[in-house]
Unconditional design. Structure first.
Length: 552
């Protein structure tokens, strides 16, 4: 790739981010033009759309379940159905993005999200709601995966940290607004909760218009038929079915059926076996694999994926039971961590972009995480809120750093044309292992509570029932001294979870030691790069991509 000479003209639009890049040790590509920023805004709006819905649904679940006459407790699948389809279709969204181009797949994802939102808002029973959320999850998973891929198309890895951080801020803003909107609609009378889904429709329209008008990235040539022929349909079918079965088993385990029951073990074992078969198949069979071999054949990328998986397992926080809080109070209790996670992630991304070193950030994140969980593991009955908040904030620093840092080590050894497949696998790994984190935490909590809770309290629940699931809403209504005994039992049980998570984080630190410090790419994949049209009469000769590096 020919570099732009120092004498090349610079576009008039020069942003504060460009100034930060220009004054740092990082060599920026050409200052970002209007086409770049409008494309970036389109990505940010679609990310905001997905995050707003995802964070707001939890607050309306009780109201929704009552309105839809959910007598079987199927409302848990409102979240699980979304997570299942979102996770299962992430690898396919990356394959389609490579074959068809980013813009069409993003529009298809927005379309699925809009359709699912409309169906969810119009649902007349819980079965229809679950189906609608499953459709919505296909779109949501595609939106999140394509957002990461598009940022990779627009910005070279060596300077991507700042822009990844900006997207994280968008996500955090939506995560703050979502619960407030959901809570307000849940508190309103009648069917106001339906507007949580109906509000997505104008937002999806805005996102679609922005993508159509301003997402100026190239589309690979060829007919639709020739492009679809490049997709690894067999591999994607295997991972979709395997992921769906595994998450069904994890969702049912300990809640609807005992962990040792055939209803849990059968889908869980078959699902995991299919996921394993998927990776074996990808290594040996397809000509255009969904997971190219070079992603998992170098130790830096492979250790990054393992680290992402371990972080997905560890990134669970359960504080509500220990304080006997209401759902709203629990959300408030979690605000300190929420306000810390995004700034720490943004700071880590900027440091990586400026220093061009990703290993220190990964190591720092794991060390902080280990210390935080070790401190939480010392907490027991009577531990003050101040201490728990402090430990929680420390954990938020670690998790914020680790949400983004492994992405740089994953991509650094790979050529830019592997970004889509690698990022789709990155998103899939995190989402899939988070489901495992919830299952592991829930199983530990169930076993510990059986040992620690007073017999008179356990006797209130059906045999084999998920104690935490049934008991948390009633804790704050208990009489003393039973309430204190139950709260202490929850705190002591949670401490066991934190100690297990500290061990998992220790494994994450060990894995991260295998990363090599590889120079990060200063170019993007030209097949999907920013496409800027030169207006007639312009004096500036703008290049068609942001892939070139300024040379001094």
């Amino acid at each position: 790739m020919t570099a732009r000479p120092p004498s090349a003209s610079i576009p008039a639009t020069f942003s504060p981010v460009d100034e930060l890049l220009a004054t740092s040790t990082l060599k920026s590509s050409t200052p970002k033009t209007r086409a770049f920023w409008m494309s970036f805004v389109a990505i940010a709006v679609t990310t905001f759309l997905a995050a707003l819905d995802l964070s707001g649904v939890g607050n309306v679940l009780p109201t929704m379940a009552k309105a839809l006459n959910d007598e079987k407790g199927d409302f848990t699948w409102v979240g699980s159905g979304y997570a299942l389809s979102s996770t299962a279709f992430m690898p396919l969204s990356g394959s389609l993005a490579d074959a068809l181009g980013r813009k069409p797949v993003m529009l298809i994802s927005i379309g699925f999200f809009a359709l699912g939102s409309a169906l969810a808002g119009a649902s007349q029973n819980m079965s229809m709601m679950i189906a609608a959320r499953t459709v919505q999850g296909i779109g949501g998973g595609g939106i999140l995966t394509l957002s990461e891929i598009l940022v990779a198309d627009l910005v070279p890895l060596s300077e991507r940290g700042i822009y990844v951080g900006l997207i994280a801020i968008v996500w955090a803003t939506a995560s703050l607004l979502g619960p407030a909107i959901g809570g307000a609609l849940a508190s309103a009378s009648g069917n106001a909760w339906r507007w949580l889904f109906y509000l997505n429709l104008p937002l999806t329209a805005i996102a679609a218009v922005l993508v159509i008008l301003y997402l100026s990235v190239r589309t690979p040539p060829g007919t639709v038929r020739s492009k679809l022929a490049k997709v690894d349909w067999i591999g994607n079918a295997i991972v979709v079915v395997g992921t769906a079965l595994a998450i069904i088993g994890l969702t049912w385990g300990g809640v609807r059926y005992p962990w040792r029951s055939a209803q849990v073990l059968a889908p869980l074992v078959i699902g995991l076996l299919l996921v394993l078969i998927f990776f074996v198949y990808e290594l040996y069979v397809p000509q255009n694999p969904a997971v190219p071999r070079d992603i998992v054949s170098n130790r830096t990328s492979l250790s990054s994926l393992i680290a992402v998986g371990l972080h997905g397992i560890a990134s669970i926080v359960l504080f509500q039971a220990s304080f006997g809080a209401t759902p709203l109070q629990a959300a408030v209790d979690f605000l300190p961590a929420l306000f810390i996670t995004t700034p720490s992630g943004f700071t880590a991304s900027v440091v990586i972009a400026v220093t061009k070193k990703y290993r220190p950030a990964n190591w720092f994140g794991w060390v902080v995480y280990i210390v935080a969980f070790a401190l939480l593991g010392t907490a027991g009955g009577g531990t003050t809120k101040a201490k728990l908040y402090g430990y929680q904030v420390l954990a938020a620093v670690g998790t914020g750093v680790l949400y983004g840092a492994p992405m740089f080590s994953l991509l650094a050894p790979l050529p830019p044309n592997r970004a889509a497949a690698a990022l789709a696998l990155f998103s899939f790994t995190r989402s899939f292992t988070q489901a495992w984190g919830i299952a592991i935490g829930g199983t530990i909590l169930q076993n510990e509570l059986k040992r620690r809770l007073p017999a008179e309290f356990i006797g209130q629940f059906p045999a084999g029932a998920e104690i935490a699931y049934y008991s948390i809403p009633s804790i704050r209504f208990l009489e003393q001294p039973l309430r204190t005994q139950v709260e202490y039992a929850f705190e002591d049980s949670m401490a066991v979870i934190w100690r297990v998570m500290a061990g998992i984080c220790g494994a994450g630190l060990v894995v991260s030691l295998f990363m090599k410090e590889v120079p990060m790419a200063t170019a993007v994949d030209e097949s999907y790069a920013l496409e800027e049209k030169k207006k007639e009469g312009d004096k500036e000769n703008l290049e068609p991509s942001v892939a070139t590096e300024v040379q001094s």
